[in-house]
Design a protein around this ligand. Structure first.
Ligand SMILES: Nc1ncnc2c1ncn2[C@@H]1O[C@H](COP(=O)(O)OP(=O)(O)OP(=O)(O)O)[C@@H](O)[C@H]1O
Length: 821
């Protein structure tokens, strides 16, 4: 069938387009071969542009044997599917009227794409008939109540009346009585969104309250207050999570206003944290590095009365390199003498646990959790929601906790690399096509550079920044802090949702910006999209997230489970869509935990649905789209438009600014010669192009850091870099991937201990504790990529570097097809 849909019917400026590709590097013979291949391909393209262009000529081109083979080509299959969909879309495929005039270019979006191996015909289909029973919802009110868990009337009433929680969830039902009556350590494991935070907070608060309140709610004579001692420490991996835990705790403590909690999480001056600790605190929420620091340097922080140490998201803390800090914290707490009464003579014995209790909390189980257990737990009770655990089958119970919530609908789209960007836009556009169907969506991307790029690309360039959420205590601050991270979106809006607000979040942003952005996303009343790295994958609880898009797959299955767990929380419905590329990536679905089948979606259907109507371009651009355009031409026009945006020369005002800056700098350095003719400066590069190239490089490097066991699905040698560049709206594949490590870090710090081996690279950690901790990136480990808080540009391990080198050599010997004239 024909593939005329791939031709574009509009002019683009000549200047930025490279008509000839220069091949550098590699052996001259290979370069010559590639040059010839390019020439031949160019001739074919020219032929195709002529009026005699036929679909056959493209197919011939596609099967050009002289072109170095990279991946199995599948045009036949692809075009067949494509044509089939075109027909259903009612468009005329193959009409020769699309033939281009000289000077126009062809978009190769729909050609030379590898075939998906998924058997779409026999794959499971989405079952919309009956939603699955939620697995993480609160239990029925008739069957369970907070009161029956052994909680005091005061707390139980507070939960039902003030916090509007009618009944406990299953993990709360199993945890609360255990931690109230027993002083054993506990390993708490339940799926995402199942209410683990309250599961450990409720018994702690209940028992601390019991120092001053009788079970019937009447007050005792002795009433503890903020200076009565620190009773519990809760550790979380990121500042965001710690803040969130503190918010839940503050709400809970409203029924016991004499108790005080606070956070020490970095990102603000240690002095002010010390001041708060000096004022007195009963429950402390902290990141490990910052707490270890205070334990070393803040005398007023006395752990003699501490009875509970909670390690929330334990595996993540280990993964982030907090092992030494945790060891130090556990060691210090255990070393201190356990006080039976506090300084004021309040008897703690008999009310608080008789020993120090450690609670380890995680939705997923990794090897490092075991290690953390060895460091911190003694004869721990394993608490899950599963019956199997009660039956003694711990493995089955762990598996149940590791699963995604049953009501979460998971699907995946096998999208050729070149079509990723337009498919993402089409997916978002169709998502927001109906008012109210999706209010909030989160897009996970592998690295901060790529987050920055996609945010800049998708935002509406000229629209004013949306107002800051009005609930902030400091409106002005909040507004200023989100200036670079919150903006109205272009492309993805629809007549039903003309306003969609875009947010970006990653660990390279300053802490106040991170907090303000998250706050803005959580409180946004308009439909909202958050583009983010894994910094948002753990523990974050933002209400009404209806959709999670994994545009880049997670670096490990456990991370995938946490990412998709940002939706479908506490029994609410949710959807998760995973982008995969044809080939080995498709096998990844076989290892994903899911209670219901993960359904494949055709990218063509997504494009067809999303691009059924015209795309709203940013306000500085005028759309030339017509109603009659088909989804394929829309996809191509959109891709071309995006590529052109990157190729556009920056405006003259930018030039002037640069000129002025240059002059200022020269003056500053005192090197201005009065009569010297100002040197002509090279035209500044388009910032979007620079950002796109950087995003591409970081993306490829991050790709090399999938965990070893999963690299069979994410094989870097299988990547077609040229095609991937297209997903960054780049016409040419940027160089400089293999060489060196370019990092964007806050500031260099020195490591506190740690076993720095020759293959160990260190990057500052902007996420956990604002550059205080040094993250260890070990050879072969996954720290090399943009971890949640880093910028994703790390050292690729030796193995990956070798494969990358090979890949680059292949690249240099072959011509990326859209590099060719
Ligand atoms: N008993 C309850 N009734 C109703 N909602 C609840 C109940 N317990 C918790 N929730 C709500 O459920 C949501 C998820 O809770 P929480 O963040 O503690 O989950 P989690 O198990 O820690 O998830 P994750 O593993 O993703 O961190 C929160 O919005 C919380 O307010």
């Amino acid at each position: 069938m024909a593939d005329d849909g791939m031709f574009l019917n509009f002019e683009i400026p000549d200047a930025p387009l490279k008509t000839q590709v220069k091949f550098k590097g590699g052996r001259w013979r290979d370069r010559l071969k590639a040059q010839r291949s390019a020439k031949q391909s160019g001739t074919q393209t020219k032929q195709a542009r002529g009026p005699s262009s036929t679909p056959q000529s493209h197919q011939h081109h596609d099967h050009d044997a002289s072109r170095p083979a990279k991946r199995p080509r599948t045009d036949d299959g692809d075009l067949h599917r494509h044509a089939k969909l075109q027909k259903t879309a009612g468009s005329a495929v193959g009409a020769p009227s699309h033939a281009l005039r000289t000077g126009q270019i062809s978009s190769s979006l729909f050609t030379k794409n590898p075939t998906a191996v998924t058997d779409f015909e026999n794959a499971p289909v989405a079952d919309d008939s009956e939603p699955a029973k939620p697995s993480n919802a609160p239990l029925s009110e008739e069957a369970e109540s907070f009161f029956s868990l052994g909680l005091s009337r005061r707390i139980a009433q507070h939960l039902t009346t003030k916090l509007e929680m009618k009944a406990p969830t299953a993990i709360q039902k199993n945890t609360v009585p255990q931690l109230i009556k027993d002083d054993s350590d506990a390993f708490l494991q339940a799926e995402t969104g199942s209410g683990k935070t309250l599961a450990y907070l409720l018994p702690i608060v209940h028992r601390i309250m019991a120092l001053s309140v009788n079970h019937d709610g009447t007050l005792k004579d002795t009433k503890v207050h903020r200076n009565s001692g620190l009773f519990a420490i809760i550790l979380g991996p990121t500042r965001e999570l710690c803040k969130q835990i503190a918010v839940v705790l503050e709400k809970l403590l409203r029924c016991a206003p004499w108790l005080v909690c606070t956070t020490v999480i970095g990102g603000e001056s240690k002095k002010s944290e010390k001041a708060r600790l000096r004022k007195g605190v009963n429950i402390l929420v902290a990141t490990p590095g910052r707490l270890a620091d205070h334990l070393d340097n803040t005398k007023v922080l006395d752990v003699g009365t501490v009875r509970w140490l909670v390690l929330d998201e334990g595996d993540r803390m280990m993964e982030m390199g907090f092992e030494d800090d945790i060891k130090a914290i556990v060691g210090k707490i255990r070393a201190g003498k356990l006080l039976k009464e506090n300084a004021e003579g309040v008897k703690l014995e008999g009310v608080l646990p008789s020993r120090r209790v450690t609670v380890l909390c995680s939705a997923t189980m990794k090897m490092n959790v075991q290690k953390l257990g060895e460091i911190s737990l003694v004869d721990a009770v394993h608490i899950t929601v599963s019956k199997s655990d009660a039956d003694g089958d711990a493995e089955a119970a762990t598996e149940a906790a590791f699963a995604a919530p049953s009501q979460l609908k998971q699907s995946y789209i096998v999208t050729p690399a070149k079509l990723r960007l337009v498919t993402l836009i089409a997916l978002l556009k169709s998502t927001f096509a109906r008012k109210g169907s999706v209010m909030k969506a989160i897009i996970f991307i592998s690295c901060a550079d790529s987050v920055d790029f996609h945010y800049e690309l998708l935002k509406d360039t000229k629209s004013p920044q949306p107002p800051a959420p009005d609930t902030s205590s400091n409106k002005q601050d909040s507004y200023a802090n989100t200036e670079q991270t919150v903006a109205p979106a272009a492309y993805v809006t629809s007549p039903a949702n003309p306003k969609v607000i875009l947010h970006k979040l990653h660990g390279s942003l300053p802490q106040p910006v991170r907090s303000a952005t998250l706050n803005a996303f959580a409180r946004c009343k308009d439909p909202a999209v958050l583009i983010t790295t894994d910094i948002s994958s753990r523990g974050l609880d933002v209400p009404s997230v209806d959709l999670v898009i994994e545009y880049d797959p997670a670096f490990a299955v456990a991370d995938h489970v946490h990412r998709i767990g940002r939706t479908a929380r506490a029994g609410r419905p949710g959807k998760a869509v995973l982008f995969l590329m044809p080939g080995c990536e498709e096998g990844y679905t076989s290892i994903l935990p899911a209670s219901t089948p993960i359904v494949p979606q055709l990218y063509e259907s997504i494009l067809q649905k999303g691009l059924a109507t015209a795309v709203n371009l940013p306000s500085t651009y005028t759309s030339t789209e017509t109603e009659k355009q088909t989804w394929t031409t829309r996809a191509e026009s959109l891709q071309l438009h995006l590529e052109q945006r990157l190729l556009a020369t920056p405006s003259s005002s930018a030039d002037d600014d640069a000129e002025a800056d240059g002059a200022d700098n020269a003056k500053g350095s005192g090197k201005v010669k009065s009569k010297a003719k100002p040197k002509k400066k090279p035209a500044p590069e388009n910032p979007l192009l620079v950002s796109g190239r950087q995003a591409f490089r970081s993306h490829i490097r991050a790709y090399a850091t999938h965990v070893r066991e999963e690299r069979v699905y994410f094989d870097i040698t299988q990547l077609h870099l040229g095609h991937i560049a297209k997903a960054f709206a780049l016409r040419e594949t940027p160089g400089g991937i293999g060489g060196g490590v370019s990092r964007r870090t806050h500031k260099a710090t020195t490591s506190k201990g740690g076993s720095g081996s020759a293959t160990t690279a260190s990057t500052t950690d902007g996420g956990g504790e604002g550059g205080e901790r040094k993250k260890k990136v070990k050879s072969g480990g996954k720290g090399a990529r943009d971890d949640d808080e880093e910028d994703g540009v790390g050292k690729v391990d030796d193995d990956a570097a070798r494969r990358m080198k090979e890949k680059l050599r292949m690249m240099m010997n072959a011509a990326g097809e859209f590099n060719i004239g």
